[in-house]
Write a protein that binds this ligand. Structure first.
Ligand code: NAP
Ligand code: G4F
Length: 347
């Protein structure tokens, strides 16, 4: 694919795992990148601090703006001011278990937030391309393998909110001719993954147990099957979708299933530990309704975009454990630029 020169993009969710990798990718391709950042009483930009250049500098190409998907007027103002050629909607309350605790907030951000952004694009009259971060959670109880034609059967307020956003995106494509696409992404992880998602919770605990500062790891359902890929590869797929000649929806996945138990085994054995000495079941991490198995078929993305996952679950577990071990070794030496280690204790 040809590399664009000097395009401008807006990323919502730029402070999250995917937003940070996508910002890196777009900057490396010569884009001017604008990011929507939620106002917080504490810093929430640690994943993108390494990309930040003082906007007074003539070579600055990353610009951050306060805003929130719950504030539609602000979205219109930002779009009319920034005039991006590409909009990537990655912002969401993205934790499935938390969506059972905060269903209305999840609906307002993960669901209605996308509609507010689509409507802001329409009202601003911009001719831009729109990416919606849709999710394999939408398939829920539909058995694998799942592809673009698999019926949705969401099993959480999060999954239901993502289905709403998926259809809103398709509707704006059909109703207004907008170049609006859904990337239906299966789980993708990295050392930047939030600390309460199961992979990062595991790899961070492995590093702490190895270092002798933790002994037990409390987990819920070990039988769930997920199709875990590597996040930097997936943000490249997002970009490819927006460079295509035709607006369409694509699954991104590795095509291989791995249980939570297998991810635990691979992670502990990478540092010579026996997981059964440390992992303890805790029912608080169960969900009222579980998604038992997600295994994606990304054949359409491979054929149409040339996208294919390269990193699979076992390698991903080893890569993430290695990063967390390094981060753990840096702990207590704050003058070292630490990878992300701070986090929330629950979920
Ligand atoms: P993440 O790390 O949880 O990042 C979510 C981002 O959304 C953060 O930047 C967060 O800001 C922001 N955000 C949350 N509520 C917001 C609001 N009301 N207004 C503005 N920004 C808000 O998620 P991720 O793993 O990078 O995933 C990116 C997107 O892909 C999400 O929409 C997620 O649901 C979807 N997705 C993820 C996966 C996956 O496996 N990672 C798979 C399929 C789909 P703060 O930093 O301030 O919290
Ligand atoms: O890591 P998880 O919380 O991710 P989940 O629910 O699959 O959702 C992630 O992937 C979706 C794509 O399919 C995204 F749309 C979504 O935004 C998010 O990124 O849980 C994975 C599995 C679940 O079956 C869960 O029940 O791990 C199981 N699990 C077992 N013990 C646990 C735990 N999950 C968490 N978070 N914490 C546990 O202690």
């Amino acid at each position: 694919m040809t590399e664009p020169a000097g395009k401008r993009a807006l990323i919502t969710g730029i402070t999250g795992q995917d937003g940070s990798y996508l910002a890196e990718l777009l900057l490396s391709k010569g884009y001017e990148v604008h990011g929507l950042v939620r106002r917080s009483s504490s810093f929430n930009t640690s994943r993108i601090d390494h990309l930040y250049v003082d906007p007074h500098e003539p070579d600055a190409r990353l610009f951050l703006h306060y805003g929130d998907l719950t504030d539609g007027a602000r979205l219109v103002t930002l779009l009319t001011t920034i005039k991006p050629a590409e909009v990537y909607n990655l912002a969401a309350q993205s934790h499935v278990r938390v969506s059972f605790d905060e269903p209305v907030h999840t609906g307002d951000t993960t669901g209605m937030g996308s509609m507010r952004l689509l409507e802001a694009v329409r009202l601003s009259g911009l001719d831009c391309r729109f990416y919606q971060a849709s999710s394999s959670e939408m398939f829920g109880a539909s058995p694998p393998p799942q592809d673009e034609d698999t019926p949705f059967y969401p099993r959480s307020p999060y999954g239901a909110a993502k289905v709403y956003s998926y259809w809103a995106t398709r509707n704006y494509r059909e109703a207004y001719g907008m170049f609006a696409v859904n990337g239906i992404l299966f789980n993708h992880e990295s050392p930047r993954r939030g600390e309460t998602f199961v992979t990062r919770k595991i790899t961070r605990a492995v590093a702490r147990i190895k270092a002798g500062v933790q002994d037990k790891l409390y987990l819920g359902n070990l039988d769930a099957v997920r199709d875990w890929g590597y996040a930097p590869e997936y943000v490249e797929g997002m970009w490819m979708m927006l460079q295509s000649d035709v607006a369409d929806d694509y699954v991104l996945a590795t095509g291989r299933g791995f249980t939570v138990r297998e991810f635990v085994e691979a992670s502990f054995s990478h540092v010579g530990l026996d997981w059964e000495d440390h992992v303890v079941f805790d029912e608080r991490y169960l969900r009222p309704t579980e998604v038992d198995a997600l295994i994606g078929d990304a054949g359409k993305a491979e054929r149409a975009l040339g996208w294919q996952a390269k990193t699979h679950s076992a390698d991903l577990a080893r890569l993430m454990v290695a990063a967390d071990v390094t981060a753990q070794e840096c702990e207590g030496r704050p003058w070292i630029d630490q990878p992300l280690v701070a986090g929330w204790p629950s979920a």
